[in-house]
Design a protein around this ligand. Structure first.
Ligand SMILES: Nc1ncnc2c1ncn2[C@@H]1O[C@H](COP(=O)(O)OP(=O)(O)OP(=O)(O)O)[C@@H](O)[C@H]1O
Ligand SMILES: [Mg+2]
Length: 215
């Protein structure tokens, strides 16, 4: 991939179907590039489904906010409510030099209202204070406009519904139609390269760079 895709002191969105490769990219590409303190909100309830990288040295894995320390941490919260997420974001909002990763972001963000006021503050004003965010979602059309507009780096993994592809095509470019077999695309998109499993279309909104890759 181009070096223009590896500077991640900015806000990031990863979207795609279940099992498309979002968490894999977080591990292989995004967290290594970020390097610094990161808190991952991971509302998965089974500890055998946590990403493997959190078992490595330097990661705290916690279930309750009172155990959470500044550094590299994944929280798979016992309480995954909006209220608990708000408390999590409130703590992050008082810090600087931190990346907040939110999995299942559509649940906490919402299309019409960011349900957590502290997360809304981070989304709209975190970056100048050194708090960046990574939103991971399966349903991009459910994400609030502030997320869609605030992301500099967009990683679009596979979708299989034309409605989602239409939406993502407007956002990151027509290459996303490559996630469908050619015979299921509109004629105008049939010439585009068919994308293999786990690939993604990347768009950098600042530089207007677009590309297709697979890790
Ligand atoms: N580029 C890749 N190369 C090899 N294996 C991959 C790649 N990307 C993803 N995988 C594997 O595919 C599986 C699903 O990937 P991953 O967990 O990243 O999906 P996801 O998009 O986060 O899904 P979910 O929405 O369910 O969390 C994992 O076992 C992962 O290791
Ligand atoms: Mg995942």
């Amino acid at each position: 991939m181009s070096s223009s895709t590896t500077n991640f002191d900015d806000n990031i969105v990863l979207v795609g179907l279940p099992k498309a490769g979002k968490t894999y990219a977080l591990k292989k590409l995004i967290l290594p590039a970020l390097g610094g303190p990161s808190w991952i909100w991971y509302p998965e309830q089974r500890d055998d489904r946590l990403p493997d990288f959190v078992r490595s040295e330097g990661w705290q894995v916690v279930r309750d906010l009172d155990q959470l320390k500044y550094g590299r941490a994944l929280i798979y919260p016992r309480d995954r409510s909006i209220e608990e997420f708000e408390r999590f974001c409130e703590r992050a909002n008082n810090l600087s030099n931190l990346t907040l990763v939110v999995d299942e972001a559509e649940y906490y963000v919402g299309k019409y209202k960011i349900r957590s006021p502290s997360f809304a503050q981070i989304v709209n004003g975190g970056r100048p204070r050194g708090v960046c965010w990574v939103a991971i979602a399966r349903r991009p059309q459910q994400l609030h406009n502030d997320i869609l507009h605030g992301a500099t780096h967009i990683f679009c993994f596979a979708f299989d519904l034309p409605g989602d592809l239409e939406f993502m095509s407007r956002w990151v470019g027509p290459q996303v139609w490559g996630f469908l077999p050619p015979d299921q695309r509109k004629a105008a998109y049939r010439h585009l390269t068919t994308l293999p499993p786990h690939s993604f279309v990347y768009y950098n909104k600042d530089t207007n760079y677009r590309g297709v890759a697979r890790l």
